[in-house]
Ligand binder design. Structure first.
Ligand code: FMN
Length: 340
């Protein structure tokens, strides 16, 4: 029996299979961050295709926390309706849905607002020099994460993923390459992780205890002086102590770097993190073959596998994967006659 199609339970999140749709910015919201028709078609299509756990794209807890003006937002009450529609449409097709809560930090390209970061260092010459955050800024953003989580609950999301990867604000605090602060938010690893920990605590004040709270991290920064998986494991341990229920392992984008990508290029990091902590780990990166996904789970290299670009190309990937792995999958009745 395949493990990819063997369910998993994280808190009260009961999943029928272990295929996860990776969060992917669609650059399709209106200028104020509201969901549009694109989202109402894009996400439910993957649910129809058999993906059981969908992580909705990075969604800004502040306007200045969006990567671009095409990103979804969750800082206004008016954002809830569209997000709820995404959730309801996916639920109708039997999938569970998480929202990735994020803040772009120094990588925000919202020109109407200053970009902010732990230190006034630009990502590269194409980005603005961000404003170094004061304690007040830090508290404002932490509150924005909490308010975002409250709205995500209102919208009916089954889970939240805190975006601590890819060189956005939380990752900027964690990384010694972009955090040069000398206060309690900089210096030691524990200090650099403080902002993340305070975000987790704030989110948990409003996010129900029985609902899964996920964290995405860049396990490897591919740069001298940056974090490698050993340091990331320490961050994960601190986060798990605060109640993170699963870790989604990505890499890179913290500073400009050359990355050698190949099928499964991030799985060894997921595997090491999985060996170090007692919560489920989601791994992925250039996965396109069902056998490869199956191998990763059977060999305990990750508990679930995320697919990004493959699901953009092929929203019905799980239907074919089930056939390849000789599993019987329930199709939407409208597609029953198309069964492999
Ligand atoms: C169009 C696109 C948008 C993305 N947006 C996000 C995002 O919003 N949040 C995030 O954590 N990662 C984002 N990513 C990274 C993916 O989640 C995923 O980690 C990456 O594409 C590697 O997986 P893949 O090889 O299966 O595509 C994005 C990737 C793509 C291709």
């Amino acid at each position: 029996m395949s493990k990819l199609f063997n369910g998993i339970k994280i808190k009260n999140l009961e999943l029928k299979n272990r295929i996860v749709m990776a969060p992917m910015c669609m650059n399709s919201s209106d200028k104020e961050g509201h969901a549009t028709e694109w989202h109402f078609i894009h996400y439910p299509t993957r649910a129809i295709g058999g993906t059981d756990f969908i992580i909705v794209e990075a969604t800004g807890v502040e306007n200045r926390g969006r990567i671009s003006s095409g990103d979804l937002g969750i800082w206004m009450d008016s954002h809830v309706e569209g997000l709820k529609k995404i959730v309801d449409l996916c639920h109708e097709q039997g999938a569970k849905v998480a929202l990735q809560l994020g803040h772009a930090g120094r990588k925000s390209t919202i020109i109407e607002e200053d970009s902010i970061a732990p230190s006034a260092i630009a990502f590269d010459e194409n980005y603005r020099v961000p404003k170094e955050m004061t304690k007040e800024d830090i508290n404002t953003v932490i509150t924005a994460f909490k308010e975002g989580a409250k709205k995500a609950l209102e919208a009916g999301f089954d889970s939240i993923e805190i975006h601590g990867a890819h060189g956005y604000l939380i990752n900027e605090f964690i990384s010694p390459l972009c955090n040069k602060r000398t206060d309690e938010y900089g210096g030691s690893l524990e200090n650099r992780a403080r902002f993340l920990i305070e975000v987790i605590r704030a989110v948990k004040e409003v996010w129900p205890e029985d609902k899964a709270l996920l964290l995405r991290l860049s396990a490897e920064e591919f740069a001298e002086g940056g974090h490698h998986v050993e340091e990331t494991i320490e961050v994960v341990k601190l986060a798990v102590k605060e109640g993170i229920d699963a870790v989604d392992v990505s890499t890179g984008a913290v500073v400009p770097a050359n990355i050698n990508v190949f099928p499964g290029y991030q799985i060894s990091y997921a595997e090491k993190i999985k060996a170090a902590v007692d919560v489920p780990v989601i791994g992925g990166g250039l996965i396109s073959s069902p056998l490869m996904a199956e191998e990763i789970i059977q060999n305990h290299r990750a508990d679930m596998v995320f697919l990004g670009r493959e699901l953009l190309r092929n929203p019905y990937w799980p239907l074919k994967a089930a056939k390849d792995l000789r599993e019987e999958l329930t199709y939407p009745h409208q597609y029953d006659r198309a069964k492999y």
